[in-house]
Design a protein around this ligand. Structure first.
Ligand SMILES: C[S@@+](CC[C@H](N)C(=O)[O-])C[C@H]1O[C@@H](n2cnc3c(N)ncnc32)[C@H](O)[C@@H]1O
Length: 160
């Protein structure tokens, strides 16, 4: 199963971008052995429309364009479902075992994500009840993807 990320908001070169890239790279190297491949990071600029509803709708349209048919869509949202790392790993392996080909994880911009996406989404995932800036969210989810691979492959990176 191919796993990708859609992010509203571009990361400038710098430590946040480097750290996220480091975990995506580790995921890309370790994932194929257990049937998880890194597909891509799609980042789009925040819409410049004058009201939040329009901005979110425009950003959602860009996300919809990137979704392959039948893709699993996971939205990141502080009001979503909280999972521990083992449970998140199980979610990924369960979609993989169902034969899903693509999974996309989406991070919203300053306004959050468009309500229509919540109807389309397979899951809304919370990375803690506090609100994080999108730059940090990218690194957090990249690390959890890599951690999930280590959990599923029995690698000692993950210890409890
Ligand atoms: C700065 S936040 C936007 C907050 C916005 N006020 C909202 O209501 O969604 C940017 C994005 O980061 C992600 N995000 C921030 N905190 C999060 C958390 N605790 N768990 C999951 N995703 C989070 C979400 O995708 C959110 O759309």
């Amino acid at each position: 199963m191919r796993v990708g990320l859609f992010a509203v908001g571009r990361l400038k070169s710098g430590p946040e971008k480097d750290l996220a890239a480091r975990y995506f790279d580790r995921f890309a190297k370790a994932g194929p052995a257990i049937g998880l491949e890194f597909s891509r990071v799609v980042e789009v600029s925040e819409s410049r429309a004058s009201n939040a509803e329009t901005r979110k709708r425009e950003e959602a349209a860009l996300l919809q364009k990137t979704l392959a048919e039948g893709s699993i869509l996971i939205l990141l949202d502080e009001r979503g479902k909280t999972l521990d790392s083992e449970a998140f790993a199980k979610v990924l392996s369960s979609y993989r075992d169902q034969g899903k080909r693509d999974l996309m994880i989406a991070i919203g911009g300053a306004d959050g994500l468009d309500p229509a996406l919540y109807e389309r989404a397979d899951m809304t995932l919370c990375l803690g009840k506090m609100t994080w800036p999108h730059q940090l969210v990218r690194t957090l989810i990249a690390e959890q993807l890599y951690r999930a691979v280590t959990i599923l492959s029995g690698h000692p990176y993950h210890r409890v």
